[in-house]
Design a protein around this ligand. Structure first.
Ligand code: IPE
Ligand code: IPE
Ligand code: MG
Length: 260
């Protein structure tokens, strides 16, 4: 993706001691970066605040990550915002998250336009509360014509539910005579996922030190490089993103083969 070199340099000025823009190869950036935004609750608790304060603080981290990825010229940024298991949380926390999704998205639409960002959702957004769903649909329609970075927000997303849904889709197509059983190959499965139009993530970042996937993109992460940082999501910033990209660029990606 095209990037504005001047804006990029400005955005990454005032670097900390350990990392700067010159530490990453701008010609070999991951085209799709995915983040599991974790640790909001712990961030709040450590400061003696309600967990919700952590979710509110986490919004700025996402905003900064979006801008940083746009400046770098990343093609796709995806972010895990709410899992199919997160409904188990106390009702007031679920309600707050649904409210924050709706209000934040509405507020950030001008930013998306300014940065030419196209919004897509991964997950069953039909099942969200009406207000949240309406705003999401508005966001989809409003940004559909944008041609820059794709921002894929995983909301009410679970990889197992996604795979079961893909199986149903393919079974229905066989039953209707649209395709044959033999047509169900890896491409057909990939095309039946929420991520059908997106490349697989090359880099997965998880904050807050947790070493698990929590039902995120099980299919799509098959060959992604993982970067886990102890930084809690509300403390995540452009520099931590660069550290993740630097780690990614130091990896030897073999995809099952051997090095030439
Ligand atoms: C991630 O932070 C945000 C969501 C899952 C919505 P958490 O709320 O999971 O924060 P911790 O893991 O409890 O610290
Ligand atoms: C994963 O985080 C989901 C999101 C970040 C949206 P969780 O905090 O829900 O994951 P677990 O429960 O620690 O596995
Ligand atoms: Mg968590």
């Amino acid at each position: 993706m095209l990037r504005d070199e001047q804006k990029l340099i400005e955005y990454f000025a005032d670097a900390p001691d350990d990392i700067s823009l010159s530490d990453v190869n701008l010609d070999h950036l991951p085209s799709h970066i995915s983040v599991i935004m974790d640790g909001n609750g712990r961030w709040a608790t450590r400061q003696g605040k309600e967990r919700g304060e952590g979710h509110i603080a986490g919004i700025s981290s996402l905003r900064e990550t979006i801008t940083a990825c746009v400046r770098l010229g990343v093609d796709v940024l995806s972010a895990y915002a709410f899992s199919t298991e997160n409904w188990k949380r106390p009702q007031h926390e679920v309600d707050l998250l649904m409210h924050l999704f709706a209000t934040t998205l509405l507020k950030e639409l001008p930013l998306f336009h300014q940065e030419n960002v196209r919004l897509v959702f991964l997950g069953d957004i039909e099942a969200l509360p009406e207000k949240t769903r309406d705003v999401f649909e508005e966001g989809l329609a409003e940004t559909a014509g944008n041609t820059g970075m794709v921002l894929a927000l995983a909301v009410n997303y679970g990889a197992r539910a996604e795979l079961a849904r893909a199986a149903r889709t393919l079974a229905a197509r066989v039953a209707s005579g649209d395709i044959n059983i033999e047509d169900i190959d890896e491409g057909a499965v990939a095309a039946s996922l929420y991520t059908a139009d997106l490349p697989d993530p090359e880099l997965l970042i998880r904050t807050s030190g947790e070493l698990r996937l929590s039902n995120y993109l099980l299919w799509q992460l098959a060959y992604s490089e993982f970067y886990v940082t102890d930084t809690l999501w509300p403390d995540f910033d452009r520099w931590e993103l660069l550290r993740g990209i630097k780690a990614f660029q130091g990896r030897d990606r073999r995809f099952g083969g051997v090095k030439a």
